[in-house]
Design a protein around this ligand. Structure first.
Ligand code: GLA
Length: 386
C-alpha cells in the first residue's frame, strides 16, 4: 500500500523526500462521554488506522488524495485554508494542516497521499486518526521537536476549531499515547496518564460493526455536550466549587438532583456512575481482574442506553450477543454512539465461538451480516520505512 501511495506523489513538485507515516484508530473501553466532562477515559489504540505518504512542495499548495474517496482530489493554496472551507474527509486533513501552520508557521507546500484500513465513521476514530497522522507527518517533515502533549493539542484543535465538532480530548490522546498490550488510563482534568497491562494471552479486543450509519452523530453529539454544559451551569449555582461534572459528588447530587430537568438528571447520573466505573475498572486492571473490568464495560453500555441515550437497538443487540458468549468479559458501544460499532473484551480461547455466535445472533435480530474484527492494543503514530 505504501508503494502505491508513494508512486502517486508528484515528484516534479516535491521539495524533499517523500516519507510514510501511520496513526492508529482507537476504541474506548471505559469512560464514555467523560472527556468533555473532565473525567477519566480508558482507551486502546488499534492496530489499524490511517497511512499517509507525505512530501513538502515548493509551490505553496496543499495537494491531497485519499484512496477511500477516489476522485475527491484537493488542490488549494495553503494560505486559503480556513474553518468552514470544506466538509467531509478533507476537512480533518486541512484542519490538521491549519493548526500545524499556526504552531510552526506557513508550510512551503505539501502533498499527502492517504489510505486507511480502518472502517470509517464507525466510532473507531478514523477522523482523529487522519488528524494525528497529518500532525505527526508535518512535525517530522519540518524536524519540529514537539512533545506529544502539544501534538495532541494541535490534532484536537483541528477537530474543534476547523471541523467544528465540540469533542473532548479522548480520541487524539488515545491515538498519540497508545501502547502495545496496554489500556491507557487518562485523567482529562489532571492530564495524568498510566498504561495498564492488558495481557494478550488473556484478552483480545473484538470490534463488531452494526452496519448502520451513525445518524446525526455530529449534531446529536454536540447536543449532549450542550446538555452537560447546561447541567453544569445549573449545578454551579448550588455547588460553587464544581468546575466540571466529574467534580459533582454523588451525595451532593442526590440532594439537589430534583432541581434539574429529568433529562439533565440522567446525563449527570451517567457521568457520576461512569467515573466510578473507570475508577473501579482501573483498579481491576492493576490487579489483573478482567472479569471485573468487563462487568464495568457492560454496565457502561446499559447507562449509555438508558441514561445518556446514545445507543440504538442494533448496538444493544450486538452487546447482548457478545456478552452471551462464555469467555467474553464485557461489551459496550464504542465512540459517541448513535450507530457504528461495539467493542468487547474476549478471552482468546473464546474467539472461534465469538466469531460464530455474534454474527449469527445479529443476523437473526435484523437480517444483516456482520463480521468480527480482532485487535490487540497497539502503539501510537509513527514513521514507517518507505
Ligand atoms: C467521540 C468524541 C470523543 C468522546 C467520545 C465519547 O468519539 O470525539 O471526544 O467524547 O465520542 O466518549
Amino acid at each position: 500500500m505504501l508503494a502505491r501511495l508513494s508512486a502517486r506523489i508528484d515528484s516534479s513538485m516535491s521539495a524533499g523526500k517523500a516519507r510514510a507515516f501511520f496513526a492508529p484508530g482507537r476504541a474506548n473501553l471505559l469512560g464514555a462521554h467523560l472527556d468533555y466532562n473532565g473525567g477519566c477515559v480508558m482507551p486502546v489504540a488499534l492496530s489499524k488506522g490511517t497511512y499517509a505518504v507525505a512530501a513538502l512542495r515548493a509551490d505553496g499548495l496543499l495537494v491531497a488524495e485519499s484512496e477511500q474517496f477516489p476522485g475527491e482530489r484537493v488542490e488549494v493554496p495553503l494560505r486559503e485554508l480556513a474553518p468552514g472551507r470544506t466538509q467531509g474527509w478533507s476537512a480533518y486533513l486541512e484542519g490538521a494542516l491549519w493548526t500545524a501552520q499556526e504552531a510552526w508557521g506557513r508550510l512551503p507546500g505539501i502533498e499527502l497521499q492517504v489510505a486507511a484500513d480502518l472502517p470509517m465513521a464507525k466510532g473507531l476514530s478514523s477522523s482523529a486518526s487522519i488528524e494525528c497522522v497529518v500532525v505527526r507527518a508535518v512535525a517530522d517533515l519540518l524536524g519540529a521537536r514537539t512533545g506529544e502533549d502539544e501534538l495532541i493539542r494541535l490534532a484536537h484543535a483541528a477537530e474543534t476549531r476547523y471541523v467544528g465538532v465540540r469533542c473532548g480530548i479522548l480520541d487524539q490522546t488515545a491515538i498519540f499515547l497508545g501502547r502495545e498490550d496496554s489500556v491507557l488510563h487518562f485523567d482529562c482534568t489532571e492530564l495524568t496518564r498510566e498504561h495498564l497491562p492488558l495481557d494478550g494471552r488473556k484478552a483480545l479486543v473484538a470490534v463488531v460493526d452494526t452496519g448502520t450509519a451513525r445518524g446525526l452523530a455530529a449534531s446529536a453529539f454536540n447536543q449532549r455536550v450542550a446538555e452537560c454544559t447546561r447541567a453544569l451551569a445549573m449545578l454551579q449555582e448550588i455547588m460553587p466549587g464544581v468546575a466540571c461534572l466529574r467534580d459533582v459528588r454523588r451525595a451532593d447530587f442526590e440532594r439537589s438532583a430534583s432541581s434539574l430537568p429529568v433529562v439533565l438528571q440522567h446525563r449527570v447520573q451517567h457521568v457520576i456512575d461512569e467515573q466510578e466505573r473507570t475508577d473501579r475498572g482501573a483498579a481491576a486492571l492493576r490487579r489483573g481482574d478482567l472479569a471485573e473490568f468487563g462487568a464495568m464495560m457492560t454496565a457502561a453500555h446499559d447507562s449509555l442506553r438508558d441514561l445518556y441515550e446514545v445507543s440504538t437497538p442494533e448496538l444493544d443487540a450486538l452487546v447482548s450477543a457478545a456478552v452471551s458468549v462464555p469467555g467474553c468479559y464485557g461489551s459496550r458501544l464504542t465512540g459517541a454512539g448513535f450507530g457504528g460499532c461495539v467493542v468487547a473484551l474476549v478471552h482468546p480461547a473464546a474467539r472461534a465461538e465469538f466469531d460464530a455466535r455474534v454474527p449469527r445472533a445479529y443476523r437473526e435480530f435484523c437480517g444483516r451480516d456482520t463480521e468480527v474484527m480482532w485487535f490487540a492494543p497497539a502503539g501510537g503514530p509513527r514513521e514507517l520505512p518507505l
